[in-house]
Ligand binder design. Structure first.
Ligand SMILES: [Zn+2]
Length: 264
């Protein structure tokens, strides 16, 4: 696996084996992160408003794939019927970074990293997207973001506004990025999101075996430690991956689906 950072040029984007940089989540360390927060109440609407500011910052500070990029075209095709799903308004973008990762925010923004698209086939990517949408639907994303807001150095800004969503400074958003990147979901939340992803595949006429197969790819990747710990990081927020492979496989078997042969 390639670990060096390069700058992307328009022509480099045409190659399938481009070495992307890493996802940018913050610009400095957070001294105030450990501060305890009391008595701050934020409404769900406030949290969503902050989420929108956060994702705008993320989009401005990460290399979003242009419309004519092949990975952007691929994701667009894959998600063309997913503008709304299960009562959520969704929007999708590719980040041209090498992380094997994807995330979804409470406002319905789904971001898929190039590393994931290069690692998984379309059906497996859909499984991961379904899993992430599950976190939104189950309000895991909102709850985690809210606690990141409360524990980050944003605290002062948030309280001084009396709980009303305020414009965040660049460095506040950087601080928040670290908090969000460090957040992890419980085993129970992950299982629920896996189940959601499984149903999501079925609802989209995809063999739900691909949920298990997507995690299988991650297990395979974990054998490759040459990526500077990235894969490890992904695993630390998604523990027990092999167990999840098995659980999703068992479910698909029980539902009478036949395991597809992986062709790519
Ligand atoms: Zn998850």
């Amino acid at each position: 696996m390639i670990t060096k950072h390069i700058l992307l040029s328009a022509s480099a984007l045409m190659l399938t084996s481009v070495a992307f940089g890493q996802i940018k989540i913050n610009t400095k360390s957070v001294g105030a992160a450990a501060k305890a927060v009391k008595a701050v109440t934020l409404s769900n609407d406030d949290v969503i408003a902050y989420t929108k500011e956060y994702i705008t910052w993320m989009d401005e500070n990460n290399p979003v794939a242009p419309d004519d990029d092949e990975l952007a075209i691929r994701l667009r095709k894959l998600t063309e019927n997913l503008g709304t799903y299960d009562g959520l308004d969704l929007n999708f973008k590719v980040y041209l970074v090498r992380d094997v990762n994807a995330f979804a925010c409470a406002d319905g923004s789904v971001r898929v990293c190039a590393g994931l698209l290069q690692t998984m086939n379309d059906n497996e990517v859909l499984g991961v997207i379904g899993h992430e949408i599950g976190h939104v639907k189950n309000t895991d994303s909102r709850d985690a973001f809210k606690s990141a807001l409360m524990t980050s150095a944003l605290k002062d800004g948030v309280t001084s506004q009396g709980g009303t969503a305020a414009a965040l400074s660049d460095s506040q958003l950087g601080d928040l990025g670290e908090q969000v990147a460090n957040m992890s979901f419980s085993r129970k939340q992950e299982s629920a999101a896996d189940d959601y992803g499984y149903q999501f595949l079925k609802a989209n006429d995809v063999n739900p075996w691909f949920m298990s197969m997507a995690f299988e790819r991650l297990v395979e990747l974990s054998g490759d430690s040459s990526d500077g710990g990235f894969t490890k990081k992904l695993f630390s927020s998604h523990p027990d991956t092999q167990k999840r492979v098995d659980e999703m496989a068992k479910k698909a078997e029980k539902d009478g689906f036949e395991k597809p042969v992986r062709t790519n």
